[in-house]
Design a protein around this ligand. Sequence first.
Ligand code: GTQ
Ligand code: FE2
Length: 351
Amino acid sequence: MSVATLDPKHNVTGNRQAYYDKISKKDMAPLWEVLRNVVTKEPKSKCSPNLWKFDEVKKLMLEAGDVISAEEAERRVLVLENPSLRGQSRITNSLFAGIQLIMPGEIAEAHQHVSSAIRLVLDGNGAYTAVEGEKASMARGDFILTPNWAPHDHGNPGKEPVMWLDVLDMPTVNHFETSFMTHFDEKAQNTARQDGDSLDRYGSGVLPDGTTLDTFKTRSPVINYTYARTKPIIERMLKAGDVDPVHGARVRYSNPVTGGHVMATMGAYLALFPKGFKGKDYQSTDGTIFVCVEGHGSTKVGDKVLEWGPNDVFVVPSWHKYAHDMNEESVLFSISDKPAQEALGIWREKK
Ligand code: GTQ
Ligand code: FE2
């Protein structure tokens, strides 16, 4: 039947359906049937707010030590899957999060990939991660970068199991269908640069001569932002009264060359909150992963209350209204895809 033979006054639904069937055969569809779903008035996140308690995570993670070796697994990681996005290896629509375990004497072999990673050290001492030839020793609260395509391997020459949070942008990289990965012949990198080298070199008010804004345009040169160095800064801010009504005494991890975020796809913050702090309601378009580094408190997300303590991880989806409440002085680490949204000009917040 041709369009000309359709009588618009009669059997509108049937006529439309016949038309839809016809265009469907040619891989076309009517926008007007789906417009409200693809151009929403407000963000409608597919994710749910959720909390992972570290005591449960740790117990299950240690069991994985018996199930698979680091060598066999390549990376022994439990993925923190958003309950509304099961099977999709992601905690928000754009970010992957996982807990990685490395047992004493193990190594996780060197490789490189397009996805960028950050690590936040949670538990245990004595492990290292080597990134671009710098061997970063891992201490609790350290924030360690593995930028896009940077060679990296991990090892644990110590005596304790070591665990950390991995956050990677692979859902973003895979959204653009731009993933590459390669392995190296050597299991571990040659580490010519000592622990802390990049922070000293780039984060001390001097730069190696010849460094320009373009050299580190999309990533920070710093590998390890140690907790030992960052915590005293937020303590000073709190003492000075520099406390945001939503975010507390908060610093943004920055690229010391450009002042921008540490990476183009992910950005992170560390915040100190005084005891009794009752945060104002807040919402933003960047679905955010929080980790409690110290203290206890709760975060109300919509009608859900997430009660957290040390090393607990929780997620607040895009545009969900939330507010923090501190039972005691607490430190929260947070990470999201805000830099990507800002670069695209689409990030929004509501206070
Ligand atoms: O440590 O290199 O959680 O490549 C996922 C992919 C960790 C890693 C993850 C990885 C790594
Ligand atoms: Fe990796």
